[in-house]
Design a protein around this ligand. Structure first.
Ligand SMILES: Cc1cc2nc3c(=O)[nH]c(=O)nc-3n(C[C@H](O)[C@H](O)[C@H](O)COP(=O)(O)O)c2cc1C
Length: 473
């Protein structure tokens, strides 16, 4: 995230950390170059459009630099793309506050300029302050944010996939036609939340729809993720939890007509590597010395300050005593854990299963278990230190993974991000966006004998496709 303190709060103070330079162009160019050299598929840019003001109010967030000040992630991409050839960029944008038409144009512009290297982390937002920044009194109810997101995405598919035919731009100087008007159409969307006439303002781009990422913890969110996402961030405290989350999401995707094998699953992982075990442990201790427990409480939007309770009582007792909640942290700790043990866990910033500290061999062993036994497809590397985390990945972890045949061949210049992750440039036919592609109906010539419009309805198109898929399999 383009801020000084995104997740590992307090770490920016470490003397060799250059995170405070996030407002300089050079910081991003350097980060992008390093990530590409390390063989990363993409840089992931998180985002929020409000402040965390429940614990400690605005003062705490400002003092800690906790996601404020923060910069618009989409605006960083062209600069980084200009100094790289294969690196992808997955940026976060919320479906809740800004209408889809302008966002569609912004993303298409980025897809063109990066030659198909953009992804979008679809979020619905969770900060009440964000809602108040966009004219609302408070957050929309949780599930209705996902209803809105579903329609938002449908509008985008109409614009990105169904408004322009592939060969619409003809650039014919002789006939003075830049674009063939018969190959571009209005979308005329009218739904519960949006009315958009179209056409889309940008010609077809290398990927059309950017690679769709999503993260969700709720059952309503899972339905939206299973319908749209190509890459899903999941969490889980145990292997069973992770496997069952993946299985549930794939089953839901299949129920919605998608090929479940097309979904990829990623986890956010903390990897702290050293050339020896001692070196790795020393690094962990150095990082921990800076970690801000207050930052963790602000970020979780906790309603209580655990540090003010007797460490010997349980979380359940602390919650009962205060009548308040621990915010997002509630899910992490059982009610039986003592307050002291919970604080210890927070301070250790060990977030559970996807955390490994040690030599490259030990870290690669853990990664192999996550890939082979938990069933994930890859990781989103948690940044503790800029640029040490990236450099440790490049010089210690990646060579070991490569030696074990766990990294793909280097990306090729010109390869789209979707191709890199899924082997194809465009969304597959079983994805709901593909319906818009198939539905394209160019304006009919105005003649008495014009043929009836033979384009299938969305439902028919989907059925036809499903049959084709099963006939092939
Ligand atoms: C790896 C990861 C990255 C996330 N990045 C963002 C983000 O940048 N902005 C945001 O508003 N939410 C972000 N989230 C939160 C999710 O969008 C979502 O709100 C959360 O997982 C809770 O799920 P639910 O909304 O279905 O309850 C992220 C979650 C994960 C796991």
């Amino acid at each position: 995230m383009a801020c000084v303190s995104h997740i590992v709060h307090g770490m920016w103070r470490e003397e060799s950390n250059n995170r405070h330079r996030f407002g300089e162009m050079g910081y991003w160019l350097d980060t992008a170059r390093r990530a590409e050299a390390a063989g990363m598929d993409a840089i992931f840019l998180a985002d929020v459009i409000g402040i965390y003001d429940r614990f400690g109010g605005l003062d705490a967030s400002l003092r800690l630099g906790l996601q404020i000040p923060n910069l618009d992630p989409l605006s960083l991409i062209p600069a980084m793309a200009a100094v790289t050839e294969t690196l992808g960029f997955a940026a976060t944008f919320s479906t809740t506050y800004e209408p889809p038409f302008a966002f569609a144009r912004r993303m298409s512009t980025l897809d063109l300029l990066t030659n198909g290297r953009v992804g979008w982390n679809v979020v619905t937002s969770y900060l009440p302050n964000a809602a108040r920044n966009f004219g609302l009194d408070g957050e929309l109810e949780h599930d209705s944010r996902y209803d809105r997101a579903d329609e938002y995405l449908d509008v985008l598919y109409k614009l990105w996939e169904g408004s322009w035919q592939e060969d619409a731009v003809i650039q014919d100087r002789e006939s003075d036609r830049y674009t063939d008007p018969s190959r571009v159409r209005h979308i005329n969307h009218e739904g519960a939340h949006f009315r958009v006439e179209g056409p889309h303002l940008v010609q077809p781009t290398p990927q059309r729809t950017p690679v769709l990422f999503q993260a969700t913890g709720s059952s309503r969110g899972l339905k939206t993720a299973a319908r749209h996402a190509e890459a899903i961030f999941i969490g889980g405290r145990t292997q069973e939890e992770v496997r069952s989350h993946i299985a549930r999401t794939r089953a839901e995707a299949a129920a919605q007509g998608r090929d479940p094998a097309e979904l990829k699953f990623y986890v956010m992982a903390g990897l702290i590597a050293g050339r020896t075990e001692e070196e790795a442990q020393a690094k962990l201790a150095r990082y921990r010395a800076y970690y801000s427990v207050e930052g963790a409480l602000v970020h979780a939007q906790s309603e209580i300050d655990l540090r003010q309770f007797d460490p010997a009582i349980t979380i359940g007792q602390a919650l009962a005593e205060s009548g308040r909640s621990l915010g997002n942290m509630g899910r992490r700790f059982g009610t039986e854990l003592t307050v002291g043990a919970a604080l210890e866990q927070i301070a250790s910033f060990d977030e559970g299963r996807f955390f490994a500290v040690g030599t490259p061999g030990q870290i690669a062993d853990a990664l192999e278990i996550w890939l082979d036994e938990d069933g994930i497809d890859g990781i989103n590397l948690r940044q503790y230190h800029s640029s040490e985390t990236l450099d440790d990945y490049a010089t210690l972890i990646a060579p070991e993974l490569r030696r074990r045949g766990r990294l793909p061949a280097p990306a090729q210049p010109g390869e789209t991000l979707r191709h890199r992750l899924t082997g194809r440039d465009r969304l597959p036919d079983s994805h709901p966006a593909a319906i818009q592609r198939r539905n394209f109906a160019p304006p009919q010539p105005r003649t008495e004998t014009a043929a009836p419009n033979a384009s299938p309805s969305p439902a028919n198109a989907q059925n036809a496709n499903a049959q084709k898929e099963s006939a092939l399999s």
